[in-house]
Design a protein around this ligand. Structure first.
Ligand SMILES: Cc1cc2nc3c(=O)[nH]c(=O)nc-3n(C[C@H](O)[C@H](O)[C@H](O)COP(=O)(O)OP(=O)(O)OC[C@H]3O[C@@H](n4cnc5c(N)ncnc54)[C@H](O)[C@@H]3O)c2cc1C
Length: 421
């Protein structure tokens, strides 16, 4: 498939990784994983570590989906704040979610364990678009400290200059549990670790459907894989294989640019934190290892990419950093963010098929965890998996054809509310 969105800084700076497409005939294994993004790679690696024989099939290349194209922001937690989770689910369940999704940074653990070279940096800053947003952030920081002993730094508007050279923001929260990385090189690092652990990774192999009986079969174009368990880690494409699961997410296109290396990069983001702001259609940005600004901003509810991604994203960057409004832009790319109705991921098990999708723009950290929890559940301990699998979920209304237009209408409403302040 040619990819009109492939002009990415990550692809241009990716580590070597050969494409193996040597498959025909019939295969058998304990676990067949579909999708070579963070979720699938993490699950495959963790299953192999537990002694399962594993084959992973990826339709394109490892990291082709959101995992190799995202903003690289490692943001602790889920799209809901800890206080929102507690208000909805009560303390016990919220505390279990907090322990997993905020405290248990599995990405850091994997990077350290396998020596993955992916430009990992410490520090994430949530920047307040309005004074009201800052008040809410401050309250949440106090709540996290008192309720969970989780400490973050509350940064006043006057102190923001230590992190970001933009007059726009009314304060923020700096979290040293968060950070940023080169997502494609992390995915490639996971793939190498998985192969070393015995996973057979087949790239350029599209799975078509699963014959869902006890000893199931996965059908590829020219072969089949017989397995005891399947892991559907295809995120935005999940409906192609499991149409019913496809009802739980809609793909929203999101775009990134990378400037040419900037001589004033350190002055723009002096603490080198990744920054995401509090707008509904948020701006998020960070520096690459070679001092480019990688900036994401603006969503498009049509699946068709803008004719020129740099032209589409530049105004958002210029609003935050007028001092580099005319900077040279070397790369522009995009990808689909799979979003659920309530912005919580949809994770679970149906018979011998495990799935995890719909991380709603908050997947860079939690997907690695989700993959590992799937392996844990498969090996017989489902307690931690169930914490995530029991999150409430609802399919989008509207059936196959109306689902996306209806979801789009809802999102446009929030985006409009953003603009009206
Ligand atoms: C532009 C953008 C910016 C983002 N920024 C951030 C961020 O800064 N921080 C953050 O936390 N999250 C961010 N996200 C979200 C995050 O990237 C995702 O939540 C996460 O990468 C999802 O990983 P995954 O493995 O579940 O899915 P994916 O990475 O999408 O992997 C799915 C894989 O399945 C493969 N596949 C699909 N169908 C088949 C098939 N039939 N057979 C075989 N293979 C198949 C695809 O080719 C793909 O490689 C962003 C997403 C995008 C698109």
């Amino acid at each position: 498939m040619t990819d009109p969105l492939a002009n990415s800084y990550y692809a241009a700076t990716a580590h070597e990784w050969p494409v193996h497409a040597d498959i025909e005939g019939e295969y058998a294994c304990d676990v067949a994983v579909i999708g070579g993004g963070f979720t699938g790679l993490s699950a495959a690696l963790a299953c192999a570590e537990r002694g399962f024989s594993v084959i992973l099939v990826e339709a394109e290349k490892v990291g082709f989906g959101a995992s190799g194209r995202n903003g690289g922001q490692l943001i602790p937690g889920l799209r809901w704040s800890a206080s929102e989770l507690e208000a909805e689910f009560g303390h016990e369940r919220a505390a279990a979610l907090f322990g997993l999704c905020w405290r248990d940074n599995r990405v850091k653990t994997r990077i350290a364990k396998h020596g993955i070279d992916c430009d990992l940096k410490v520090g994430h800053l949530e920047a307040a678009w309005t004074p009201k947003d800052f008040d809410a952030m401050r309250r949440e920081a106090e709540y996290l400290s008192k309720r969970y002993g989780y400490e973050t730094d509350v940064i006043s508007k006057a102190e923001m200059g230590a992190h970001i050279a933009s007059p726009l923001y009314h304060g923020g929260i700096h979290d040293t549990q968060g950070g940023h990385f080169h997502p494609l090189n992390y995915a490639i690092g996971l793939a190498k670790a998985a192969e070393a652990a015995g996973v057979r990774i087949l790239q350029g192999q599209r799975a078509n459907w699963i014959l869902d009986s006890n000893a199931g079969e996965l059908f590829l174009s020219e072969s089949t894989i017989e397995a005891r368990y399947f892991i559907d880690a295809t995120d935005s494409w999940i409906g192609d294989i499991e149409p019913d699961l496809g009802r739980y997410t809609v793909p929203i296109m999101n775009y990134n640019i990378a400037t040419a290396p900037l001589t004033n990069a350190d002055a723009l983001l002096p603490s080198d934190a990744a920054v995401a702001d509090s707008r509904f259609v948020l701006n998020y940005f960070r520096l690459s290892a070679d001092k480019r600004l990688i900036f994401g901003g603006g969503e498009r509810y049509s699946q068709t990419p803008p004719r020129d991604i740099a032209v589409f994203v530049r105004p958002f960057m210029a609003q935050v950093f007028p001092q580099i409004a005319d900077a040279k832009i070397d790369y522009g790319w995009g990808g689909a963010v799979a979003v659920t109705m309530n912005r919580l991921p949809h994770i679970g098990r149906r018979g011998n098929i495990f799935y995890a999708h719909g991380f709603s723009g908050h997947g860079a950290l939690v997907t690695t965890l989700a993959g590992e929890l799937i392996a844990e559940a498969m090996a017989g301990t489902a307690e931690r998996f169930d914490v995530l699998a029991n999150l409430p979920s609802q399919p989008f209304p509207g059936g196959k054809w109306l689902r996306r237009p209806l979801a789009t209408l809802g999102l446009l409403w929030y985006a409009l509310r953003d603009r009206l302040g």
